[in-house]
Design a protein around this ligand. Structure first.
Ligand code: ADP
Ligand code: MG
Length: 450
């Protein structure tokens, strides 16, 4: 019976509205006049009643007859509000519901199932972020970590961790609506929705989630319309106790170009960073990853790699993969010699690809300033700092001479470069925030070059 209703509804509204609002509804029972259906949340009922009441009435009359009634049963909310077109109906035991309904979602969660808590190695640098993420997986929307905002450099495990949250929620509460999307993809979808005149459906689709996980939120910087829309989605979800999880390459306060009202929302919950892993964590991760590849590396080898590849975890993995490739290519056992060569290979390809131009670009992007400012005689404090950081990193990450570096930054001489280097070295001894910023930038440069 519900199928018959669906086919009528489908012909009368745009497909996206149909798939957002009607496909998730599952039939429960039918006694000849009353058709009971399960809907995912109260929000659904409100929306459907507001927008599709006439259509539904018409459909029910057509399919069941004049006396036909539709009864909504809410699947997973704490206090189900049962609505009926004419009179109130008994509320079923939620437990029963879970057993009888086979959950088939009409949308892809976007979650990658291999990213779980099981294979996420705990370390000092990710302890708090992991603990908060874990708690959310158990109780989405019910902790004070809403939103959870995880930030940190590239390749440190943010994406892994936020997928793990989504996977855990679905494992524990299969009926919940969870979606993972990068802010880039979100923007693209939004633009498409504008073009096809379906912004309302787009927005409502996200508002209908129990958990919304957005990766790399820094890409919303400068995109005001997307930010506006996201702001409304955020509010609707937060008000209804739905979980929001965000990741970013920098803290909310450093997200220049993001509207203040969004930043202030981000500060409502918990913001926590992920720091680069220490040696022990790096060893543990390598051990874990190599075991998933089915190889057993000696402690000596694990230590050697972990000692030499320090900046991020993606790179550790890259080295491991390369090691396996080298071993199979040359048909050799993985011995210490091969390990040394591979580590060297990995570090030099990285160096070759890092140019002063790239460093300048990444530094300027980070501080949101124009590249030519670094070459001018500009003495504004933040420009001087950015210039010094760029010079310092150029010396650290490329083989260029002091003279070449000076030339790149508006023909300054080599003593200026030395000065930049020593000032930064001194500053980061006491200024941990600055040290962290430089690390973030460095990570980004290395990732872009790799
Ligand atoms: P980010 O999103 O911060 O750039 P990712 O989550 O993509 O980083 O992590 C990069 C790679 O490192 C992934 O393959 C991920 O599985 C792995 N990784 C990161 N942190 C850990 C960890 N603590 N334990 C195991 N693997 C990790
Ligand atoms: Mg990521």
């Amino acid at each position: 019976i519900w199928k018959d209703c669906l086919s009528i509804i489908k012909d009368n509204i745009p497909f996206i509205s149909y798939s957002t609002w009607f496909l998730p509804i599952k039939p429960a029972e039918f006694d000849g006049t009353k058709l009971k259906v399960y809907v995912p949340s109260n929000y659904f009922i409100e929306w459907i009643e507001e927008h599709y009441n006439t259509l539904l009435n018409r459909t029910v009359n057509q399919v069941i007859g004049e006396s036909g009634k539709l009864v909504y049963l809410v699947l997973d909310e704490k206090e189900p509000l049962t609505k009926e077109t004419t009179f109130t109906q008994n509320i079923p035991e939620p437990k029963e519901v879970k057993q009888t309904v086979e959950i088939q979602k009409e949308f892809e969660s976007g979650l990658i199932s291999k990213y779980t808590f099981d294979n996420f190695i705990k370390g000092e640098g990710n302890q708090l972020a992991r603990a908060a993420a874990y708690a959310i997986g158990d109780n989405p929307g019910q902790t004070s970590f809403n939103p959870l905002f995880i930030y940190g450099g590239v390749g440190l495990g943010k994406t892994h961790l936020i997928h793990a949250i989504g996977n855990k929620i679905l494992e524990k509460f299969p009926e919940k609506r969870v979606i993972y999307i990068s802010s880039d993809a979100f923007t693209v979808e939004f633009v498409e929705a504008i073009q096809s005149n379906t912004v309302n459906d787009f927005s409502n689709f996200y508002k209908s989630m129990d958990a919304l996980i957005i990766d790399d939120i820094q890409f919303l910087v400068g995109k005001e319309k997307t930010q506006d829309l996201f702001f409304h989605i955020f509010n609707a979800l937060h008000q209804n106790g739905k979980q929001i999880v965000l990741s970013s390459d920098r803290s909310p306060k450093e997200l220049k170009g993001l509207s203040d009202r969004l930043v202030s929302r981000f500060l409502w919950g918990l913001q926590t960073d992920i720091q680069p892993p220490d040696l022990e964590t790096r060893i543990a991760i390598l051990k874990n990853k190599s075991e998933t590849y089915g190889i057993n590396l000696s402690r000596e080898i694990l230590e050697y790699i972990a000692h030499n590849i320090t900046s991020n975890i993606r790179e550790l993995e890259g080295c491991l993969v390369k090691l396996l490739a080298n071993a199979s290519l040359t048909n050799r056992e993985i011995d210490f010699d091969l390990v040394k060569r591979t580590v060297k290979e990995v570090s030099t390809t990285k160096q070759v690809n890092i140019s002063i131009e790239l460093i300048t670009k990444v530094v300027c992007e980070y501080f949101d300033i124009e590249e030519n400012k670094l070459r001018e005689k500009n003495r504004r404090k933040e420009i001087v700092l950015a210039r010094q950081i760029a010079m310092y990193l150029s010396k650290q990450l490329t083989k260029s001479s002091l003279k070449t570096i000076g030339l790149h930054f508006g023909g300054r001489d080599h003593s200026t470069v030395i000065h930049a280097q020593t000032s930064i070295e001194e500053m980061i001894l006491s200024d941990l925030k600055l040290k962290e910023i430089i690390n973030t930038i460095k990570n980004k440069i290395e990732m872009t070059a790799a």
